[in-house]
Structure formats: structure tokens, C-alpha cells
Design a protein around this ligand. Structure first.
Ligand SMILES: Cc1ncc(COP(=O)(O)O)c(C=O)c1O
Length: 384
């Protein structure tokens, strides 16, 4: 796969490329500019050529592909009845919140946070509790576990929305951290809703560990969401995997879901199966390419190409969380970069209070586009 190949997306309905004026370079919403694996295109072509798109079932063998994948990658044993498919992870975790909470209940998550973690509880009549992370001496984002536990107790928190790998910081939590989080949640009877959408985009020696895979006692309190959407750039097809191993918990969520959402479309599940079954080699190549992009940003920061900008090197995801607080830009950061350098990055303040003064840059693009983006960021800094 040639990840250097630039493919025009303006001729499609791409949110990323069509939301802002033509001359703005879009390095914001989290999809990549890469064409999905050839096996996915082939499977979709074959299914489209059949020409009949009546009501469907998950494709034969999909459950087994998912089960084998979990066992192979995480030594995690899941059975077919514990798996379901939902048309998106935001939909999935919102359903869990609404199924298990009463109006006014509290939900906790780390900040900076993927904006729907903040907005979805609000829209559901729940109280969102922000648990800010901090940077340690090595510049790694860490969780303040004491504060986390205190906030859970003080607010009688019902659900913890975990994001691992974390968007926007790119942290990949290790086993010790996940065990601590789980212990606290078990101690206070908090359900863990684990958004693991970025689980396949991991760099260096980091390893993704599904929190539910740690221990059967932990898995009883977890709803896990994963998807091929970020991994294989098929987010617009809307196919995500939900795993709830505890029967009672699963039934509560399933009962709530009934008549409310339908399963993902027939094409999306065909694509998901092909991606999981045949996408390994493509994914390895993509990871090497994305790691190169990440390291290019690291070099730009270290060598002063982006003076005044710092970051915490992401351990996973294709997102760079840029600390722009020292630049001294007044007013709306996103607007400043859009106006002065025609580049669109995500505004840190939408990721909670902890995100003020930050920008999120999506480096899931060709290296040429990334270099152009870095030049544009530098240009905006020069104009301060
Ligand atoms: C942490 C996280 N969760 C969920 C989503 C969106 O998932 P979906 O499109 O399946 O709703 C994103 C997309 O950026 C994300 O970063």
C-alpha cells in the first residue's frame, strides 16, 4: 500500500475536507486520508455487485473472526453471546449511559476528553465529572488516582467512561494503571464503559490491554467498545463491536436498545469482517507510516520548527496534542490558525477545561500534507 499517495477527498462527501473553505488544510476530525485495505474494497465490490440489500444478519463467521482476534491479540476469551454490533461507539456509550443511569446521576472521565464524553452525558441529563490528568516529570500524561476515587465518592458516580488509548493525549494505559482504575471502580460499584476505538494504533513497545480482559471479576462491570473504523479508515460505514460479558448488565443494555437503534448496515459489517480477517499486513504498513508521521512532528517540536509548541509524544492514535499555551495567542486558538495560516486543527477547549490553550492535530495524512501542515502552523506562529 502506498501511503504517500494523495487521494482527493473533496470530490466526496468527506466531513473533514468539506466542512471548511476550499483553501483550508483540514487536519482535524479523526479519520485518515488513506484508502482502506484492498480486501475491504474487494469484499464491498462483491457484495454491491449482488445488488440486493434487504434486511441482513451479521455476516457468517464475523463473530468468530472477532473472538479469534481478541484471543490472539489480548488472550481475552469472549463468547458469541457476549458480542453485539452497534452503528457507532458514541451511539454505543450513550446507550449504556441512558440504559443504566437516572437523570441527575454522575458520570466520570479523564480530561482532556474526546468532546462527546463531555456532551453525551449532558445531553442525557447526567452530570459529567471531569478528572484532569497531569504531566509527570517525563512528560507523560498520568491519572490522579486519589482525585479519581474522591470524585467518585463525592459525586456518587455511576459510570466511568474510560478512553484507552486516550484521545486526545495518545496515552496507552499500562496494566498497572488499568488495574488501579478497575479496583477503584469495583470498590465503589462503578460500571466501566470502555471506549477502545483506537486500540489498533499503538507505537513502540506499548501494548493495548482491554480492561475487561484483566480479570473475570473486572469484566463483570465492563462494557467494551472496539471498532475497525479508525484502524482501517472505514468510520463512515458505521460498524462497531460491543462486548458485555455479564449477562445481567448485557440484558439491561439490550432491553434499552430494543426498538431504538438498528444494527449496522449490511455493507458495513461485510467491510468490518474483511478488514479484521485480511487487514493485518496493511495495518502493519500503516502503523510504520503513522509512526513516521508522529516522529516528524516530534522532530519539528524538538528542532524549533514550531517555536513555543510542546507536546507529550503520543503512544497511540494518529492524534498530536499540541500545547500552545506559551504562544500567548489571545482569543480563539482554532480561529487564529485558520485565519493566519489556513489550517484547521481541533480546538483544545472543546476537550474540557484541561484542553484550554491546546490544539489537536490529526496526522493520519500523507507525509507531504503533514509537512505542508507543519509549515502552515509555523507560519501562523511567526505572525504572532
Ligand atoms: C475516543 C473516540 N470514541 C469514539 C469516536 C467516534 O466513534 P464512532 O464514529 O464509532 O461513534 C472517536 C472518533 O474520533 C473517538 O476518538
Amino acid at each position: 500500500m502506498d501511503f504517500d499517495l494523495f487521494i482527493d477527498r473533496k470530490c466526496t462527501e468527506s466531513l473533514k475536507w468539506k466542512c471548511y473553505p476550499e483553501d483550508v488544510l483540514p487536519l482535524w476530525v479523526a479519520d485518515t486520508d488513506f484508502r482502506c485495505p484492498p480486501a475491504v474494497m474487494e469484499a464491498l465490490h462483491k457484495r454491491v455487485d449482488h445488488g440486493i440489500f434487504g434486511y441482513g444478519l451479521p455476516p457468517e463467521g464475523l463473530d468468530q473472526v472477532v473472538i479469534d482476534r481478541f484471543r490472539r491479540l489480548y488472550n481475552w476469551q469472549v463468547s458469541p453471546d457476549q458480542i453485539g454490533y452497534v452503528p457507532g461507539i458514541v451511539t454505543g456509550f450513550t446507550l449504556v449511559l441512558r440504559a443504566l443511569c437516572q437523570k441527575g446521576d454522575a458520570v466520570i472521565f479523564q480530561t482532556p476528553a474526546y468532546p462527546p464524553f463531555i456532551e453525551s452525558p449532558k445531553a442525557s441529563g447526567l452530570i459529567g465529572i471531569q478528572n484532569p490528568m497531569y504531566l509527570d516529570e517525563q512528560g507523560i500524561y498520568r491519572i490522579d488516582f486519589d482525585l479519581f476515587e474522591r470524585q467518585i465518592i463525592d459525586n456518587k458516580v455511576k459510570i466511568y467512561i474510560l478512553c484507552n488509548p486516550q484521545n486526545p493525549t495518545g496515552r496507552v494505559y499500562n496494566k498497572e494503571e488499568l488495574l488501579k482504575l478497575a479496583e477503584i471502580c469495583l470498590r465503589h460499584n462503578v460500571i466501566i464503559c470502555s471506549d477502545e476505538i483506537h486500540c489498533d494504533i499503538i507505537y513502540d513497545n506499548n501494548k493495548h490491554i482491554p480492561i475487561a480482559s484483566l480479570d473475570p471479576e473486572i469484566s463483570k462491570q465492563v462494557a467494551t467498545f472496539m471498532a475497525p473504523s479508525k484502524t482501517y479508515n472505514i468510520a463512515g460505514l458505521h460498524a462497531s463491536v460491543a462486548v458485555i460479558q455479564d449477562e445481567e448488565l448485557r440484558k439491561s443494555v439490550q432491553d434499552y436498545m430494543a426498538y431504538l437503534i438498528s444494527s449496522p448496515g449490511v455493507l458495513s459489517l461485510v467491510a468490518a469482517k474483511a478488514a479484521y480477517e485480511h487487514g493485518d499486513e496493511w495495518l502493519r504498513e500503516q502503523l510504520a507510516y503513522l509512526q513516521g508521521n508522529r516522529d516528524l512532528i516530534g522532530e519539528a517540536i524538538e528542532t524549533g520548527r514550531l517555536p513555543g509548541v510542546t507536546w507529550s509524544k503520543p503512544q497511540g492514535t494518529f492524534l498530536a496534542w499540541l500545547d500552545c499555551r506559551k504562544l500567548g495567542i489571545e482569543g480563539d486558538l482554532q480561529e487564529y490558525f485558520m485565519k493566519h495560516a489556513k489550517i484547521c486543527l481541533n480546538n483544545g477547549c472543546t476537550f474540557g477545561k484541561a484542553g484550554e490553550g491546546f490544539l489537536r492535530l490529526n496526522f493520519g495524512c500523507t507525509r507531504t500534507v503533514l509537512n505542508q501542515g507543519l509549515d502552515q502552523v509555523a507560519e501562523a506562529i511567526r505572525k504572532i
